[in-house]
Ligand binder design. Sequence first.
Ligand code: FNR
Length: 187
Amino acid sequence: PAKKIAVIIGSLRKESINRKFAHEVIALAPESLSLEIVEIGELAIYNQDLEENGAVAPQAWTQFRDRVKEYDGVLFFTPEYNRSTTAALKNALDVGSRPYGSSVWSGKPAGVVSVTPGAPGGFGANHSVRQSLVFLDMPVLQQPEMYIGNATKLLGDDGKVSNEETKKFLKKFIDTYAAWVETNAKK
Ligand code: FNR
């Protein structure tokens, strides 16, 4: 059966270019992967008081954790905000990492794609996510690196990737990630 991959998008914007690239990558994925977007916009900012010392965790946190647990791997798409990832994506990582000792991320093979209209390709954002994933014990695909710069220029009027070279690159990436999942997924 296909490996189930959670796709997490660090932008909450309706017209997010990260979301557009995520859809493109989902469409290019081989049959060995089944990818689904898991939304993070409803997660309250993490605060230990909301679930410790007898408090019952917000339902959105519990639902998110339960959902992520079902997946074999996680693919992150991140915008770059001030040379780092977004508060929304960092918050999702934090929510999923707790309560202490029951992180939903552990061991899941991951990939990190940064997408930005800027030239440097969101390198800072990409690596800020990677920094957390090291601690969260996720094996993260290293090559090909996915720093997608000048991204608005790669999209057509329909919001789809119009550039053929970029499409080939995205295909190579998702095929390599699929192999990474085969090698590293538990079970
Ligand atoms: C940005 N943007 C940005 N871009 C970049 O390449 N490097 C950066 O450090 C920043 N910093 C930054 C901070 C904040 C607070 C905002 C709102 C934006 C621009 C950013 O790449 C652009 O808005 C993208 O379109 C965001 O991605 P989505 O929402 O289109 O996926």
